[in-house]
Design a protein around this ligand. Sequence first.
Ligand SMILES: [Zn+2]
Length: 125
Amino acid sequence: MTQSAPEPVTEESDLPLVTTSLYQVLTGHAISDRSPGQCVGCGEAFTVGEIVFATAERCVERTRWRVPRLYCWGCAPAVLESPTVGVSEAIIGGRVGTRLDPTGQVTQYCLTEIAIRAYSPASHG
Ligand SMILES: [Zn+2]
């Protein structure tokens, strides 16, 4: 990580902040508890174990990363086309994995085997 100054925190501010890698943050990141998701480009529905790409983003005032869009291999952007100042953004690759929620009742779909394809720190626009 290349953070040079502490970032303001407006949520979960009672939790200690730690510096970690994007790989750790996004491994196990839940996609959905209903389906493994689908490509926003072509609508292909993903299956468990399939290679998937995603955009990940985090505003500087937030502690949580969001993964708003999933892509198949063919639709995944190679570069971040319009990086935004104040938002850390990445294009990641991985596979669709599963995890059980604590009750064991619901299978959640999540990201595994994360690889970073492109990254734009919040200081870049
Ligand atoms: Zn697609």
